[in-house]
Design a protein around this ligand. Structure first.
Ligand code: GLN
Ligand code: ZN
Length: 762
């Protein structure tokens, strides 16, 4: 049965609540402060209000089942009976679900990883030979019932079988999960039948994996899987949603099946417009044209989007206006930003569109397309005026910044070769072999949290806040001296977040008050918005670091965040290449390193934990990215003398794809997450020709477990098998911010003892 087409929709919506109501309810439930009924009532109200907003705004098809207590991939695993067996004993389905998400005293949670190239994290389903799939459609069906009872033109959204399996990992020696797609097809067919019986006219199957490198090889599977599902007799009309890039060969494959609609992201890869326009693939289908950017925060260029719709109008049987991807990745509403705009960012808010404003843009565009532009000329006029104001804004173009960048690029790095630098640094620093250090942050104490809250509430002034932070720093310095650590840190108590801290101090960035975006589960972040050329008005870290340095004779590391990581965790400009924005941030960081050096700081660490995160989804795009990313890091770190030692820190990833880039960063010392991969990273680095100093993490800081001295010694000896002693540093895997003080002290004590024991045996 073919359902009527629709003309305006979005692929998904935020779900944490406009005021993070869901976060509070779920965390309350975990603590026992909110009961099950309370949790469910909050969730139902959020769904109801969201649907009402979408219908009220004028969408004629509304995505449902986008709600989740934690994560949509975990929801899909639950729906397909693929939760790990270790949670099976937990009888209650909600508690079982949360156990898989976050573990219990006895159960380890599923692993979490990044959702494509966004900052959302999903839970990785585990598929073993023993996994026997079975359909549990209660959530999808219940959600549909609710929506239909409310009179919503519901389009349930479900993760498609190819994406689900591609994102899963094989465990217990099982083969590639994708090979098991035929086991899922009967379940999806049954689900389609049940949805149709319940009154669903449309269903949206999300297949973002089709835009990735892995997706390039899936066209045949796409034709087979969707050929099969679309052949089902009893089903709603099927929309397959691709997003985060161009669908590539999958477009033809989808076109060859009997599905009714395809969604294409026309923002991420502008070439997708021509690819769709040139392909006859969609002649009998509805095309959801993703012309409104679902994951960045800028107002849409309505004229350009309308022109795109015009270009595409002949290439499909019908066109619907949509977002490029789910709006999960942007905050709820610009209209929720009510405080006066911060100095330096006046007027910028008018340039922005969050979820609510993007829904309105979809409707305006659809009306322009169907009723003609005059019907919405006022909206088009307003949008054009705002865009013109943005384009002409002087803050977008700072000649001083651009001229300096050009000069620095022209003169090159100026630092000596790594080997020569190592010699002068060794002389200056006089460190023992296998020097010990930590990654930057120390445990967030209660006193730090209280001080921050007191400052925010106006109970203390800035001077008192600084005094309390300095007391924290003094404690951390003393602790490190007592432990016998060689290279100290100040502990980063003054930083709420390693990116936000710098964004708040740099011109060209706007912080939001309510711009929360789900990162994972109940964790939300407020990414800063980079809107203009980046200017550093004054030193950002020097007074903290010099305060710490003056307390000790041992070297204290200056701590900065690198340009790639600052961009990766912000909303970025869409009016210039990311590489240009990165270099501007790099220039500000470079100026900071020079100021730190002048203040007597001998070692400066520039963290790039997100280096891997911005890696393009398609292999062909990766070399260019890695080129500018590493060049930008070198720009940020090459302003100092050869005897100032530059460290960097990398974590959160499998480094395979970026191993060559790590060498290209050319930091004097690289600390890198390694404990969980048992030092294998060192062999990989050697093979990539990396010959600088390295600090493979000798213990995992993601768990409260205290490593024994023997374990750390064993790690160190393993590391010495790959790296000579004069290139090896000793440090934990990552910052210690999330750990308790007691376990941290115990772990570091064992780490130092292990380093001393191994040193003695050299
Ligand atoms: N210097 C930071 C810290 O120690 C690094 C954090 C990170 O790698 N994510 O907290
Ligand atoms: Zn780290």
């Amino acid at each position: 049965m073919t359902a009527p087409n629709f003309s305006r929709t979005v692929l998904g919506v935020p779900r944490i609540g406009p005021r993070r109501e869901l976060k509070r309810a779920i965390e309350g439930y975990w603590k026992g402060a909110v009961d099950r009924a309370g949790l469910e009532a909050t969730a139902a109200a959020l769904r109801r209000e969201e649907w009402a907003r979408l219908v009220g705004a004028g969408l004629d098809s509304v995505p449902t089942n986008t709600f989740s207590y934690y994560d949509q991939i975990l929801d899909t695993a639950a729906m397909l009976g693929a939760l790990p067996p270790r949670v099976a004993e937990i009888a209650d389905p909600v508690d079982r679900y949360f156990a898989a998400a976050r573990g219990t005293a006895t159960v380890t949670p599923l692993e979490m990883t990044k959702w494509f190239d966004t900052n959302y994290h999903y839970l990785v389903p585990e598929i073993s030979a023993a996994t026997s799939f079975a359909l549990h459609p209660e959530k999808v069906l219940g959600d549909l019932d609710e929506a239909l009872a409310q009179g919503v033109p519901a389009r349930p959204v479900v993760v498609g079988p190819l994406t689900f399996l591609a994102l899963s990992k094989a465990v217990d020696g099982a083969g590639d999960p994708l090979a098991r797609v035929d086991e899922l097809l009967p379940l999806y067919r049954e689900l389609l039948g049940r949805l149709a019986n319940r009154g669903a006219q449309w269903v949206q199957l999300d297949e973002p994996v089709l835009v990735t490198e892995a997706g390039l090889g899936l066209a045949e599977e796409v034709a087979r899987v969707y050929g099969d599902l679309s052949a089902a007799a009893n089903r709603p009309s099927i929309l397959v949603a691709t997003y985060f890039g161009s669908p590539g060969p999958s477009l033809e494959a989808l076109g060859s099946t009997r599905i009714e609609a395809v969604a294409v992201d026309l923002v991420t890869d502008p070439a997708a417009v021509d690819a769709v326009a040139a392909a006859p693939a969609l002649q009998d289908k509805l095309l959801l044209a993703g012309v409104v950017d679902g994951r960045n925060v800028w107002r849409t260029d309505l004229e350009k989007a309308l022109a795109t719709l015009g270009t595409l109008s002949g290439s499909a049987a019908a066109l619907a206006v949509s977002t490029s991807c789910s709006l999960l990745h942007v905050p709820y509403a610009v209209s929720a930003e009510t405080a006066p705009e911060p100095t330096g960012a006046e007027g910028v808010r008018a340039w922005l569109a969050f979820a609510e404003e993007k829904v309105a843009e979809v409707v305006v565009l659809s009306r322009a397309f169907t009723e003609g532009r005059p019907a919405v000329s006022a909206e088009f006029g307003r949008s054009a005026a705002v865009r013109a104001a943005r384009e002409g804004d002087p803050r977008l173009h700072d000649d001083a910044v651009r001229d300096r960048l050009r000069d620095i690029r022209a003169t090159g790095s100026g630092r000596a070769a790594a080997g020569e630098r190592a010699v002068v640094q060794r002389e200056r620093l006089g460190l023992p072999p296998l020097p010990t250090t930590t990654i930057g942050s120390y445990p967030q104490t209660g006193a730090i949290r209280v001080a921050r809250a007191d400052l925010r509430a106006g109970r203390i002034d800035e001077a008192e806040y600084v005094r309390r932070m300095r007391a924290e720093i003094a404690d951390v310095v003393k602790l490190q001296e007592d432990l016998g650590i060689d290279v100290l840190v100040h502990g980063e108590p003054e930083r709420n977040d390693m990116v936000q801290y710098f964004a708040e101090r740099l011109g060209g960035f706007l912080a939001t008050d309510n711009g929360w975006v789900q990162s994972y589960g109940t964790r939300c972040v407020r990414p800063p918005i980079l809107f203009g050329d980046v200017r550093r008005a004054e030193p950002m870290t020097v007074s903290w670091i010099t305060y710490a340095q003056n307390l000790t004779d041992r070297p204290v590391k200056g701590m900065l965040t690198g340009p790639v990581t600052i961009l990766a965790w912000s909303f970025v400009r869409d009016d210039q290449p990311l590489a240009d924005s990165a270099d501007q941030v790099a220039l500000a960081i470079r100026d900071e390193t020079v100021d730190l050096e002048e203040a007597g700081v001998r070692i400066i660490q520039v963290d790039e934990p997100a280096l891997r995160e911005l890696l393009p989804l398609l292999a062909a795009d990766r070399p260019a990215y890695l080129d500018w990313a590493t060049a930008s890091f070198r720009l940020s770190t090459s302003g100092v003398d050869d005897d100032t030692q530059i460290h960097t820190h990398l974590c959160y990833s499998e480094f395979g794809d970026v191993i060559g880039a790590i060498a290209d960063l050319d930091a004097d010392v690289t600390s890198i997450e390694a404990a969980r991969s048992r030092m294998e990273i060192l062999g990989d680095l050697n093979r990539a020709g990396f010959a600088n100093q390295v600090g493979p993490g000798v213990y995992d800081i993601h768990s409260p477990r205290v490593p024994t001295q023997d374990e750390v010694e064993a790690s160190l000896r393993a590391a010495l098998g790959a790296v000579p002693a004069d290139r090896l540093w000793v440090n934990p895997d990552c910052g210690l911010k999330t750990r308790g003080t007691e376990e941290t002290v115990a772990a570091l004590r064992n780490m130092v003892a292990a380093a001393e024991a191994v040193r003695a045996s050299l």
